[in-house]
Design a protein. Sequence first.
Length: 260
Amino acid sequence: SLRREGVQGTTKCQGAEAPKLLASVQDSEAPPAFGSPMALAAMSRQISPMSRQISTLTMSRQISPMAAIPQDMPLSDVSISVLESSTAPIVKPGTHRSVRGSFLTTPKKTMIREYLVEMFQNAEGVAEAAKRKQAARTTIRDTVVDWYRCMTREEFELFLDSGIMAAIIVNALFQGFQMDLSDGSAKWIVADAVFTSIFLSEIIYKLKFHGFCGHFCGRSRLVNCFDASLVLADLCQLSIMIGAPNFANREMKDLPAASL
């Protein structure tokens, strides 16, 4: 550490004293084990000449652009002051890593400050984006819940009938393709099961909404009975296709699905 800080201090020196200071640091012997009395004595012997030489260079204004530095200032503070007094341009965090990572082109504290600012800005940006997404999801959910709560039974039934009408149109198109392209594989059977479950769910909801007598004996009893018979026939056909595929392929090869 002493050797590195001494080299950093000498990189800012100008004149004939800089090579001497660098040579004195490089020629110094490595201290013994850290914390031992010998190590402390060796550190004190190394620090005193270096501090006097750096102070002499500073007082003679050979280190530019710093002013005079007190002689009792620690060597680490002197090194930081030398780094902070650098007139080199400050490299922003957005530049290349090979340039950003050099402490010779950017003051140490300035670089650390820039890294901290960039880190906290990125963290704040991620947090703000998450908050905006959560607020958007909450707003959509609240809007749907409020719209559902404000609907009457008649309005909800009209909305359900509109959805069923769209499902009938899609089912008709699917059955047209199925008659020409179906090979009896599982994907076609699953698609039939999806449409059948949609129509069966509609009948179950209307039975719960109107009751059995209101649905099959009310004003729309003929349409509802015909609709229920088609769903029942399609459910039976689907059960045969799943339970007896050989019979379905042989006897029902050219027959369209009952839901068509």
